[in-house]
Design a protein around this ligand. Structure first.
Ligand SMILES: Cc1cc2nc3c(=O)[nH]c(=O)nc-3n(C[C@H](O)[C@H](O)[C@H](O)COP(=O)(O)O)c2cc1C
Length: 153
């Protein structure tokens, strides 16, 4: 007997690559027992995070950090979600020109403060977004879907 679970995907894109990664993640995570809410980081709020059983964050690296839109999301939700989202599984996907570590570190610092539980190291795609990168994103979606619906996380 499976009860349905809720996946939140919070994302931002400037020139479209992170959106393509988001679309691949959604393709991979589609599952009959999973409700998927995919929202721009400028629109998602604390209720969305509280609703979720698991969450994925997708951002480009801008100026050695997560995008301003993603930072806006964390600024908005932080105190409302603190101590209410501890243990929720999460992962991150990043599109960068270089190594993406600035975006990775900045997100990990905040989500570790929230007590989220990492299910997989961030996917960091640097340079051209190729088919294998999108397959990697699909796989992350699939992992999250199976982990949530089978109550593995
Ligand atoms: C304002 C701005 C700042 C950027 N800063 C960085 C950076 O610090 N490090 C990096 O690796 N790439 C940087 N980039 C490159 C973007 O991360 C890269 O183009 C990425 O693919 C954009 O993703 P998107 O198509 O989803 O917007 C920057 C791009 C912009 C527009």
């Amino acid at each position: 007997m499976h009860t349905s679970k809720n996946l939140l995907i919070v994302h931002h894109t400037q020139s479209g690559d992170t959106k393509k990664m988001t679309d691949a993640i959604i393709r991979g995570s589609e599952h009959k027992n999973l409700n998927i809410r995919s929202l721009s980081a400028l629109k998602a709020n604390s209720n969305d995070l509280l609703w979720s059983d698991g969450v994925l964050f997708g951002t480009p690296e801008n100026f050695g950090y997560m995008s301003g839109a993603m930072k806006f999301f964390f600024d908005e939700i932080y105190y409302e979600c603190l101590e209410k989202v501890s243990g929720k599984p999460y992962s991150v996907y990043i599109k960068a020109g270089n190594d993406g570590n600035g975006a990775k570190n900045s997100i990990e610092k905040i989500v570790s403060g929230l007590g989220l539980k990492k299910i997989q190291e961030p996917i960091i795609i640097s340079g051209v977004l190729c088919e294998s990168a999108l397959i990697e994103c699909e796989e992350l979606g699939k992992l999250m879907a199976i982990g949530l619906t089978e109550s593995i996380f």
